[in-house]
Design a protein around this ligand. Structure first.
Ligand SMILES: Nc1nc2c(ncn2[C@@H]2O[C@H](COP(=O)(O)OP(=O)(O)OP(=O)(O)O)[C@@H](O)[C@H]2O)c(=O)[nH]1
Length: 393
């Protein structure tokens, strides 16, 4: 059965319409940041454009083509805006509104000169797809790879559609300005654009999914209140560093810092003030560390600091520095000034492997409690581990 142009146009319309509705539904209530709404709107505009083209085959009204072309340009501009939103880039007005105005102008000027209308309008549409491809290529971020390449493939296919149509029109292969009767030079680009549309939308949805997954993985490893690694993320890093230290035979030190009388802060100023203090302490501690050190929230008001390649003497100096820094900190809360201190326990050794993690934590914890018993706002070092007992052969 031969494919006629209305069938072709209607099939593109159905694909665009259903994908547009699906994208809009999936973007429902998702912040506009990802541009899903722009993408969905773009597909719906495209569908409206194809409805007009299909109607023009029956009604022979050139204004339907004029409006269809404008809607097409608006739909591609919407795609570009969606990508700009996704990558948090500004999208200049000339790049979005410019092609729409040009298409409106060329379609009007060449309203009754179909050959020139096809060439002039489709050069602008081709330029729009080049802008989409450039926008995809400009943003290189690791986890977006698969979606990005799919999207790029779709943009290249769409660009190809217009390139083929412009060349075909120029060489007078298939009277591209007429949507009827069908010719291979007309049907082939439409088939290409059908697959281009599918690739584009799949790529875009995949990109948003990959970003959401990456954010989810990241937030699952961070403490929601302070933004520093949570207990399980810290322990992962700790074990990794211990294994490296055992191989390299270098020392690791661990600090356990606990806010003194933190219950009083909550009781006096309220739980939200306590939260603000926790955030401020985390920031202070982080600010005093080297890039290779790791800070984590171990429990309620307890923090752990991992110091790779650091002897206990160096850890003690750093702990004193951190303690003084927190002591000097003032947190403003509803007009009141809150100050807190920390007690710090230190443990350190050249580890035998990742299995030493819990022993180091327990010893830092004991040293921290010794600091509490000795009057708080202090630093205490855990006793060195007894050397391993050698069994006679
Ligand atoms: N605001 C706030 N408070 C927390 C959070 N996590 C734990 N806490 C509070 O931290 C307080 C810890 O109190 P305690 O264990 O008695 O210790 P402390 O008052 O700091 O006394 P010392 O440790 O002996 O100096 C409790 O009141 C907890 O409710 C949190 O995320 N936010």
């Amino acid at each position: 059965m031969p494919i006629d142009m209305p069938t072709m146009l209607v099939s593109i319309l159905v694909v665009a319409l259903s994908m547009g509705a699906a994208v809009l539904a999936s973007g429902w209530r998702i912040p506009h940041r990802d541009g899903l709404n722009f993408w969905g709107q773009g597909l719906l505009l495209l569908s409206a454009g194809f409805i007009l083209f299909a109607l023009s085959v029956r009604l022979h009204n050139p204004w339907l083509i004029w409006l269809g072309n404008v809607l097409l340009a608006a739909s591609y501009a919407s795609v570009l805006m969606a990508l700009s939103r996704f990558h948090a880039h500004a999208c200049p007005l000339w790049l979005t509104a410019g092609p729409i105005l040009l298409v409106a102008l060329f379609s009007l000027v060449f309203l009754h000169q179909g050959e020139w209308r096809v060439i002039m309008v489709e050069v602008v549409l081709l330029w729009q797809w080049c802008a989409v491809a450039a926008s995809v290529l400009r943003c290189q971020s690791g986890p977006l790879e698969r979606g990005r390449w799919l999207l790029l493939l779709g943009a290249v296919l769409m660009g190809l559609v217009y390139a083929v149509r412009i060349v075909a029109q120029w060489l007078d292969w298939g009277q591209m300005e007429h949507l009827w009767p069908p010719h291979m030079a007309q049907v082939a680009p439409h088939l290409l654009s059908l697959s281009g549309l599918v690739f584009l939308t799949l790529g875009y949805v995949l990109m948003t999914k990959e970003r959401a997954d990456a954010e989810f993985r990241r937030s699952a490893r961070l403490d929601a209140l302070t933004g520093i690694p949570n207990r399980s993320a810290f322990l992962d890093t700790f074990q990794h560093v211990l294994a490296q230290a055992a191989r390299g035979d270098w020392p690791v030190a661990l600090l356990m810092a606990d806010i003194d009388k933190f219950k009083n802060v909550n009781d006096t100023y309220g739980h939200l003030a306590g939260d603000a203090v926790l955030r401020a302490v985390a920031q202070r501690l982080q600010a005093g560390l080297r890039a290779q050190d790791t800070l984590g929230r171990y429990g309620g008001e307890e923090f752990l600091v991992l110091l790779p390649d650091t002897p206990v003497s160096g850890a003690r100096t750093l702990a004193q520095h951190l303690r003084q820094s927190v002591e000097q900190m003032v947190v403003s809360w509803e007009g009141k000034k809150i100050t807190v201190t920390i007690s710090v326990g230190i443990s350190g050794q050249i580890p035998a492997g990742a299995q030493d993690a819990q022993a180091l934590i327990d010893r830092a914890d004991q040293a921290m409690y010794a600091a509490k018993h000795a009057g708080r706002n202090r630093v205490e070092v855990a006793d060195a581990l007894p050397p391993p007992v050698s069994t006679p052969a």
